[in-house]
Design a protein around this ligand. Structure first.
Ligand code: ZN
Length: 54
């Protein structure tokens, strides 16, 4: 069994994909743990959480 077949691991991977922070200044997507925008260096980031598709 390869790791990708593990339902728990797949769930975790998908969870990470959905958690991003978005720069309020330029709208760039940044990693969830980013302290500042990688594009414009603004610290005005907000969390972006998309709902899972049912
Ligand atoms: Zn920015």
């Amino acid at each position: 069994m390869s790791p990708i077949d593990d339902p728990e691991k797949r769930k975790i991977a998908r969870h990470h994909l959905l958690e991003k922070s978005v720069c309020r200044k330029c709208g760039a997507l940044n990693p969830i743990r980013a302290k500042k925008c990688r594009r414009c260096k603004s610290k005005d980031l907000r969390l972006k959480k998309r709902e899972l598709t049912k």
